[in-house]
Design a protein around this ligand. Structure first.
Ligand code: C5P
Length: 241
């Protein structure tokens, strides 16, 4: 995969919709306008792997399963989903170095046989603040943990991390150019934040060094999702000039 992505390729639309039928209809209506569709745990658990095949008729898929278990189990689960050849798949960096390294090996073997999948690691969930981390005896600054896990993910061979756009600039400096940063929590100017607290606009995220931005409701809940997606791609195009 080329590191230089076009603005359209950078837009990942989260298909967090109540049914597989609605997700497929949304994917069809956005076909050709966005780079990637994100299939999350909810859709995957309710609809099964077949939904990925359906969605991939319209654009490549980021399979957001955030796998986290002992290395062998993660490796076997990854092998099972790699049959679908998603563009992106992810694991939790908190599963540790050996788990990540095992996952990297499975993905590299898949690539050797022509697969396109890239492996990302989730560092610290943005739902976990300093207090929540303290409750599980993680007493440092959340950002220190994010950097530590991102460096470990890179060392294990992961292709990149999922992170807040507010961390993109420092992670880019820390982890270098050839490391993908995918960032949710994106809100175009003037759009409702819903339950997202620390939001960043699409153009800010790109300027901070994010490779992909994940946008859900600002597109899927818009009166015209295609128009909303086009506006975000245009904003990113202007940010790159
Ligand atoms: O609708 P919205 O744009 O808020 O959707 C963002 C997507 O990214 C959702 O699928 C959400 O679960 C996911 N996500 C997030 N924040 C994270 C990790 C994932 O919003 N830190």
């Amino acid at each position: 995969m080329q590191k230089a992505l076009s603005p359209k390729e950078r837009l990942v639309v989260a298909l967090d919709l109540p049914s597989g039928r609605e997700a497929v209809e949304m994917a069809e209506s956005l076909s050709g306008r966005v780079g990637v569709f994100k299939v999350g745990l909810e859709l995957f658990c309710s609809e099964g792997p077949a939904i990925v095949k359906e969605i991939q008729k319209f654009a490549p898929v980021f399979l957001d399963l955030k796998l986290h278990d002992i290395p062998t189990t993660v490796e076997r689960a990854l092998k099972a989903v790699l049959v679908l050849d998603p563009l992106l798949v992810n694991i939790h960096a908190l599963g540790g170095f050996d788990m990540m390294k095992g996952a990297v090996e499975i993905v590299r073997n898949h690539q050797k046989t022509g697969g396109r999948t890239r492996l990302l690691a989730v560092t610290v969930l943005t739902s976990l603040d300093k207090m929540a981390l303290r409750q599980i005896n993680m007493n440092g600054e959340p950002s220190e943990l994010v950097h530590c896990l991102a460096r470990l993910a890179k060392e294990a061979g992961c292709d990149g991390v999922v992170c807040s756009a507010q961390e993109s600039a420092s992670l880019r400096a820390d982890c270098g150019k050839n490391f993908f940063l995918l960032t949710p929590g994106i809100r175009p100017k003037g759009v409702a934040h819903q339950d997202q607290v620390r939001v960043v606009t699409p153009s800010e995220a790109i300027k901070c060094g994010s490779d992909w931005i994940v946008v859900g409701r600002p597109i899927t809940h818009a009166s015209d999702p295609a128009v909303a997606a086009d506006a975000i791609v245009l904003e990113m195009t202007e940010a790159e000039i």
